[in-house]
Design a protein around this ligand. Structure first.
Ligand code: UDP
Length: 428
């Protein structure tokens, strides 16, 4: 399987992968999360699990079960951890803990290294009879400004893990355990990201009635308030005054996100009456459709107000699109302001950058090319897998102390988007 990435991923990463895999032959890895479909974590695991196994490291993926009320509580926790001013009442915490206790009865965390993803299953560590030095907590959400009370509750569980893994350094916390930075990735060979023919792209846009002769603005996201779909509609309306463009808001459900339906209704209401806004609620197996919509886009947006990483940004950059993203969470580690796209802080800012890109198509194209190269070097699945194998070795050979960054190719300084930069990634 790994050979398929030759000529796509950097050679150095592929060489490192084979050395690390050799050292880990026969060792096992297990992932646990809270949904098999929808959202970035499921997207990643679907591809990483078979790939790791193909390297001679048998890897399994378990999903915790819970009632709708459990997922309402975990969604509230998720929102609070990303900064929302929400309290989680004692009874809700009890429901959360009870559900994890029930899950622990039939979950066997028996691999050499176990990675528990996100807050939903975090407290399994209290109920599974397992050597804690093999357990890693992997956080995929924006923890830069967590609600203190909810973080304190979660922190009690996280502190018991052997290590915590975050996407970007800004999410690291005061913890008594080592913390590692591993950004996520996309798989260039998946249905979501593979090359498509023009006919395949047009088949999808035709099916939804989208006109490829006019500019297309696209945001692909679960219908979640932190993704700010209403802000995207407002920015589009400002741009519409000068440009005859269309807006596509494509999203779907994640089984662990009960708020999606309500947000979708709000978005549909805001878009009502405008035939150039396409609000698409897609089923989970819509990878080709999403791929085609991202490729059909003139500009891709990810106007989040909180964001763990924003795989949709990576996906769009890989497809050579300039991306306008909220300057939050993991987005500034992907969008180099003025080079691969623009970071924005407001609806007006998004509209301003949209107008710029629509009126400077050559610059937009150049930014897209630079974005693709940036993703190739930093955010492909092969680099991610290499980092996980390094993590396994670190755990198996006992952890060092202190925060460690495994990925080395990030820009040296924090990219805040405060100034346009002129560096060129493709020629250097
Ligand atoms: N996605 C999808 N269908 C949708 C909406 C999103 O397949 O209707 C995918 C999207 O292409 C990306 C992932 O789900 O791969 C979303 O990851 P991201 O990190 O952007 O956000 P999250 O949903 O994890 O907050």
């Amino acid at each position: 399987m790994i050979d398929a990435y030759r000529g796509i991923a950097p050679d150095s990463v592929l060489s490192e992968l084979s050395i690390l895999a050799e050292a880990l032959q026969g060792r096992t890895l297990q992932h646990v999360n809270s949904t098999r479909t929808g959202g970035g974590v499921a997207e990643l695991l679907t591809r990483l699990v078979p790939l790791t196994t193909s390297l001679g490291i048998p890897t399994t993926w378990d999903v915790i079960m819970g009632s709708p009320s459990f997922f309402e509580v975990t969604k509230a926790m998720h929102n609070a951890l990303q900064g929302a001013d929400i309290e989680i009442p004692h009874t809700d915490r009890q429901l959360y803990l009870r559900t994890l206790q029930e899950n622990a009865e039939h979950l066997h965390l028996d691999a050499d290294v176990v990675i528990i993803h996100d807050p939903q299953p975090a407290y399994l560590i209290d109920y599974c009879p397992v050597e804690r030095q093999r357990l890693v907590w992997r956080c995929h959400i924006d923890l830069s400004r967590p609600n203190e009370q909810v973080w304190r509750f979660l922190c009690r569980a996280v502190s018991k893990y052997a290590m915590a893994v975050f996407h970007v350094p800004q999410f690291a916390q005061r913890l008594p355990i080592p913390q590692i930075i591993i950004p996520p990735s996309i798989d260039p060979l998946s249905a979501k990201n593979r090359e498509l023919t023009e006919e395949e792209i047009t088949a999808v846009t035709d099916r939804f009635g989208i006109d490829r002769q006019r500019p297309i603005l696209v945001q692909v996201s679960r219908f979640d308030r932190f993704k700010d779909p209403l802000g995207v509609i407002a920015a589009y309306r400002m741009v519409r005054q000068n440009f005859d463009c269309q807006l596509v808001l494509a999203g779907g459900d994640a089984s662990d996100d009960p708020e999606g339906k309500q947000v979708l209704e709000e978005v549909q209401e805001a878009a009502a009456g405008d035939p150039d806004i396409f609000v698409l609620s897609l089923p989970p197996d819509s990878d080709i459709e999403i791929n085609a919509l991202q490729r059909a886009a003139t500009v891709v947006l990810q106007k989040s107000t909180r964001e763990g990483f924003g795989l949709t940004v990576t996906e769009a950059m890989w497809k050579g699109k300039p991306v306008i993203g909220g300057a939050v969470g993991g987005i500034p580690s992907q969008i180099i302001h003025g080079v691969t796209g623009f970071l924005v802080h407001s609806i007006e800012g998004a509209a301003f950058r949209l107008r710029y890109l629509l009126s400077h198509p050559r610059r937009a194209q150049r930014m897209g090319e630079q974005g693709r190269e940036y993703v190739r070097r930093n955010f492909l699945i092969t680099r991610h897998l290499r980092d996980y194998l390094l993590l396994m070795l670190t755990i198996l050979h006992h952890c060092p102390k202190g925060p460690i960054r495994l990925s080395t190719s990030f820009p040296a300084s924090q990219n805040t988007g405060s100034a346009d930069r002129t560096c060129d990634l493709t020629s250097g």
